[in-house]
Design a protein around this ligand. Sequence first.
Ligand SMILES: *[C@@H]1O[C@H](CO)[C@@H](O)[C@H](O)[C@H]1NC(C)=O
Ligand SMILES: *[C@@H]1O[C@H](CO)[C@@H](O)[C@H](O)[C@H]1NC(C)=O
Ligand SMILES: *[C@@H]1O[C@H](CO)[C@@H](O)[C@H](O)[C@H]1NC(C)=O
Ligand SMILES: *[C@@H]1O[C@H](CO)[C@@H](O)[C@H](O)[C@H]1NC(C)=O
Ligand SMILES: *[C@@H]1O[C@H](CO)[C@@H](O)[C@H](O)[C@H]1NC(C)=O
Ligand SMILES: *[C@@H]1O[C@H](CO)[C@@H](O)[C@H](O)[C@H]1NC(C)=O
Ligand SMILES: *[C@@H]1O[C@H](CO)[C@@H](O)[C@H](O)[C@H]1NC(C)=O
Ligand SMILES: *[C@@H]1O[C@H](CO)[C@@H](O)[C@H](O)[C@H]1NC(C)=O
Ligand SMILES: *[C@@H]1O[C@H](CO)[C@@H](O)[C@H](O)[C@H]1NC(C)=O
Ligand SMILES: *[C@@H]1O[C@H](CO)[C@@H](O)[C@H](O)[C@H]1NC(C)=O
Ligand SMILES: *[C@@H]1O[C@H](CO)[C@@H](O)[C@H](O)[C@H]1NC(C)=O
Ligand SMILES: *[C@@H]1O[C@H](CO)[C@@H](O)[C@H](O)[C@H]1NC(C)=O
Length: 700
Amino acid sequence: MLLSRSWSISLLLAAAVPLAECKIDRESIVRQFNLELSQSHSYSPVQVGNGNFAFGTDITGLQTFVPHNTLSSWGWHNSSLPTTPNQTSITDYTGLEWWTHDRLVNYAQPNPTEKDISQWMISNPHRINLGRIGLWFGGHNVSEEMLSGKHQVLDLWKGAISSSFSLNGTDVRVHTVASPETDTVAVEIRSDLLNNGALGVFLDFPYASGKSKFDAPFVGVWNATGNHTTTLKIEKRRASIRHTLDATSYITDIVWENEANIKKLSNYTHKYILEPGTRSNTLVFTVTYAPESQKSVETFEDIGKKATEWWSDYWSSGAFASLPIDTNSSAKELQRRIILSQYLLAVNGAGKDPAQESGLVNNGWYGKFHMEMVFWHLAHWTLWNKWSLYDRSIGVYERFLPASFERAKNQGYNGARIGKMSDPSGRSAPGEINSLLIWQQPHPMYFAEMEYRKFPTEKTLQKWDRVLTAVADFMVSYAWFNESTKVYDLGPPMYPVSENTNPNQTVNPTFELAYWRFGLEVAEQWQLRQDKPIPSNWRSIKENLAPFPIENEVYVLYEGVKNMWTTPSLAEDHPGLLGIYGWLPPDSRLNLSTFNKTVDKVYQSWNFTYSYGWDFPLLAMTAARLGDSERAVHWLLDPSNEFDEIGMPVGGTRVPTPYFPASAGLLLAVGMMAGGWDGFEGPVFPKEWEVAVEGFSKAM
Ligand SMILES: *[C@@H]1O[C@H](CO)[C@@H](O)[C@H](O)[C@H]1NC(C)=O
Ligand SMILES: *[C@@H]1O[C@H](CO)[C@@H](O)[C@H](O)[C@H]1NC(C)=O
Ligand SMILES: *[C@@H]1O[C@H](CO)[C@@H](O)[C@H](O)[C@H]1NC(C)=O
Ligand SMILES: *[C@@H]1O[C@H](CO)[C@@H](O)[C@H](O)[C@H]1NC(C)=O
Ligand SMILES: *[C@@H]1O[C@H](CO)[C@@H](O)[C@H](O)[C@H]1NC(C)=O
Ligand SMILES: *[C@@H]1O[C@H](CO)[C@@H](O)[C@H](O)[C@H]1NC(C)=O
Ligand SMILES: *[C@@H]1O[C@H](CO)[C@@H](O)[C@H](O)[C@H]1NC(C)=O
Ligand SMILES: *[C@@H]1O[C@H](CO)[C@@H](O)[C@H](O)[C@H]1NC(C)=O
Ligand SMILES: *[C@@H]1O[C@H](CO)[C@@H](O)[C@H](O)[C@H]1NC(C)=O
Ligand SMILES: *[C@@H]1O[C@H](CO)[C@@H](O)[C@H](O)[C@H]1NC(C)=O
Ligand SMILES: *[C@@H]1O[C@H](CO)[C@@H](O)[C@H](O)[C@H]1NC(C)=O
Ligand SMILES: *[C@@H]1O[C@H](CO)[C@@H](O)[C@H](O)[C@H]1NC(C)=O
């Protein structure tokens, strides 16, 4: 394995101290990166949440001035179906047939003669904004500029926000925390303004939008008041509001701890006011969103305790990396990104389904998640040993298996073909790219193998057996034997990782070939570990997959690609071909000298203008595996790989902020640099950096 000059100091430091003694003072490092704001951020919310639920706040700790979103795993809505003749039901949708190796194969693509139902299936269901909670200034029109002494702290160790300001010389303090267990936000407000009717809280509810692919930064339609209903039911010290948007209906339970009143605000259809009932300078309440009313809701204090427990445990368990934040500003920025990414991914990327790229901040792609992106969203948990968060959604492969079998069968393949842009039911949205991407197929093999390395048990083998067999069956059935070359080809038609080629000409892309071999190798090992025979075609197809495409001594995007390095649209976007050494472990076909030349070529000729998100971690992992830690750090801090003041990964020209694969990818790359990989102990960081790491698993 390659070792660079630069690994020595960090490695010696970390290696010289046994893990048990190398107890990093995690709390003090985490707290150094607590958010501290003096006004609402211009775009990003400060959030509390639990992976399945997130509540975005402005400078008041609520959604007073900025209508940030409240999103969940379960809140989804369908618009009414089209009324176009013959397009009124999803069973009317037929997709498109494309020639695929001498036969017509049906792909879930928008059909021009079924435009309306195709579009409906893309944009439905869409995730809904559950509601808005803000301060109510007794009917006065107060703006953020009228507040003085604004100060807000997000305590990362406790997962809680403290906000304070004064209005007309009177102080207001707001504490905001989310339950780790239920979709509850708990709030405590202290101010003398509560005594005299000058301060209360409003709750408001928008209609669903689902009209645009990116619903950002704000989700929902506030002026379609006639399209949905809210009804208030008041009980002792609590109230519930049923919100009905067509077939979607859910409950907002509001529970308060001292005297208070709730009423609908006159002249508004969906706006409610909660005000203290007696002369009290405290208003303490919880708001729980759920499909049905919750009988009992925990108190603000209990939720605060549970959140502190959950978050301190989150930070204390699994891995940790301490970088030289006092001596090197790059190290400090990297540490900031690491800590804030860890916070944001636990809030936004740890739900019952894989995360959407914009998490629970706003709606990217209608709030739907992408099966090819599952790798980027979940892989980092395995290196950082945060298995309980990974476990929440990894069952998606098993859950979607029936739909995946169906997809393969309809196309005349064996096994199970994993879909792409998905809603919780497993239906994959129509799309030309959606239907022709293939790099999501070997992901379960990657995850299964990482799990087995950590938990080499019968249980792990059984957990993944059905999925791995089904997916491997599809992968071998998809590979097509080319009579003239006597090798198995991948595609056409297909899209590679970078989605920037003509699918009818795309065959044998470098990354997908490597990943197919990797996946089939894991599937074989899985059989062997269970003393089961390996299906004979798995091995022969793996052994006889087409070789990596090489032109002028470097690997290229796909076999036969013309002028790749000088065609602007081809040498841009995701540089997937570098993933064969870095992201993936090298396979037996990799020629390192050719690879090195390819790296040089990419560095020289790639147009990084449109690179974003996980491209930088991908490049960092390649650099790290080549021993070039300086460059790895450089990629993670590249000016185009921006993280804002809140720690949100900035999207770029093609996607809105946040784009969480950048955060998850950063943690994956750092995890690999900290924990090493097979054949290399790690860590690998710049040679002047004193680095302490603990608790990492090795990458493959
Ligand atoms: C939306 O419609 C689809 C197709 O009819 C259905 O399967 C799904 O349950 C609906 N989802 C919601 C949230 O209404
Ligand atoms: C709807 O389908 C029927 C039966 O297939 C066909 O006769 C009719 O022309 C179609 N209508 C439209 C508007 O496409
Ligand atoms: C690919 O080929 C199919 C026919 O099999 C055709 O309908 C489609 O338009 C072609 N796509 C492109 C991008 O050329
Ligand atoms: C409230 O104040 C803002 C500016 O501070 C103004 O834009 C808005 O129109 C005002 N609204 C009402 C209802 O007076
Ligand atoms: C602030 O104080 C001024 C002067 O007493 C008063 O006119 C105004 O209504 C107060 N504003 C609020 C929001 O209470
Ligand atoms: C609601 O607001 C949008 C944009 O602000 C506007 O285009 C639309 O006409 C409004 N709809 C109604 C019913 O007022
Ligand atoms: C509200 O309902 C009306 C009537 O069905 C419809 O035309 C309109 O598009 C709906 N508004 C939104 C924002 O969906
Ligand atoms: C409600 O609307 C009516 C009629 O437009 C108006 O006279 C009244 O002042 C409004 N009330 C409030 C509390 O805004
Ligand atoms: C911080 O470390 C990086 C990576 O080694 C190095 O390039 C940079 O010069 C260092 N900066 C300072 C201020 O020491
Ligand atoms: C077989 O492979 C050769 C070389 O890659 C290619 O030119 C040819 O199109 C392939 N045959 C078919 C039928 O796809
Ligand atoms: C590839 O590059 C790495 C890093 O520069 C170097 O250590 C290695 O020797 C090179 N290998 C070959 C075969 O060129
Ligand atoms: C890189 O791509 C951008 C966007 O397409 C383009 O404007 C720019 O000219 C390209 N740069 C180079 C060096 O080709």
